[in-house]
Design a protein around this ligand. Structure first.
Ligand code: NAD
Length: 284
């Protein structure tokens, strides 16, 4: 039987309605959630992502500003801009669009964002809180992926979860979130020996690699929940890390690409911005 689809578009629409309602409630208290996005240089893919973030903000009533900085911006100029936004009460969330031009130090820049305004969840304080089992701001992509897993209604306790990919922005936080859900977690990566041996054990399989079709049908346990984070552009088409046609014959639930996890990432950014604004009320 073909797997059921975890539809990121539908889930996002429903979530954005809820976010809009919470934004409206905050506005009644005199607070408009605000997001500042810093975009350095003219990377076309980044410009599209930033436009989609602006659209999401407009749709839910979140105030947003994009600060375009030239591709020649110095580290100091970038950090000064971040500090200015840290001090600007209109913004509850600050996001530096990645990747930055090669001459800039990404890690140093991200560390300058106040942890409570770090709506991407990349600051070491937020990453550390997740590791300690007391999540603060959680990175948008794994947060969205976990939300989708929850929509299956499956009790995660004791389940075998296998995450393929160990990046700081997806793989590692995803593994931590699944551990928090009491899964038994395996984290695979480019040096893993016999990947299929691991993936075949997975009740929950998350692929976050960046290699189109890496996960084949025969690498999936029958009945598994398959979450495909990969975004690969092949001949003008967007494809995931999972060979969808094969996987949907084996899995119980699966996310499509496009229309799966990618859809949820920006929605989670909106949610993180809203939650940062809500926390600012309680902090007063
Ligand atoms: P990354 O390049 O930082 O990390 C890739 C990981 O895959 C590495 O940890 C590497 O060890 C592992 N890997 C590489 N080859 C492998 C192999 N043959 N077997 C097992 N592991 C292997 O990438 P990332 O930033 O984590 O992104 C991963 C994918 O997810 C990309 O396609 C990216 O475009 C996509 N992505 C999607 C969203 C979204 O919103 N859906 C967000 C972020 C990233």
């Amino acid at each position: 039987m073909a797997a059921k689809i975890l539809d990121g578009k539908k889930m996002s629409e429903a979530l954005r309605l809820q976010i809009s309602e919470r934004v409206a409630a905050l506005k009644q208290q005199g607070i408009t959630p605000g997001l500042a996005v810093i975009l350095v240089g003219n990377d076309p893919a980044s410009e599209i992502y930033v436009r989609n973030k602006e659209k999401g903000c407009a749709e839910t009533g979140i105030f947003s500003t994009t600060i375009h900085m030239s591709g020649e911006t110095s580290q100091q100029e970038l950090e000064d801009q971040i500090q200015a936004l840290n001090a600007d009460e209109r913004f509850h969330g600050i996001l530096v669009q990645l990747p930055l031009p090669a001459h800039l130090d990404e890690r140093k820049a991200l560390e300058k964002i106040l942890p409570e305004k770090d709506v991407d969840g990349f600051h070491p304080v937020n990453a550390g809180q997740l590791l300690n089992g007391h999540p603060g701001v959680v990175a948008c992509t794994p947060k969205g992926a976990l939300y989708m897993i929850h929509q299956t209604g499956i009790d995660l306790t004791g389940k075998e979860a296998v995450v393929v990919g160990r990046s700081n922005i997806v793989g590692k936080p995803m593994a931590m979130l699944l551990l928090q859900e009491n899964c038994t977690v395996t984290l695979c990566h480019s040096r893993t020996i016999n990947l299929a041996e691991h993936t075949r054990r997975a009740d929950i399989l998350v692929a976050a690699v960046g290699k189109a079709g890496l996960i084949r049908g025969d690498m999936i346990k029958p009945g598994a929940v398959v979450i495909d984070v990969g975004i690969n552009r092949i001949d003008g088409k967007v494809r995931g890390d999972v060979a969808f046609d094969e996987a949907e014959q084996v899995a119980s639930w699966i996310t499509p690409v496009p229309g799966g996890v990618g859809r949820m990432t920006i929605t989670m950014l909106l949610q993180n911005t809203l939650e940062a604004a809500e926390r600012s009320v309680h902090a007063e």
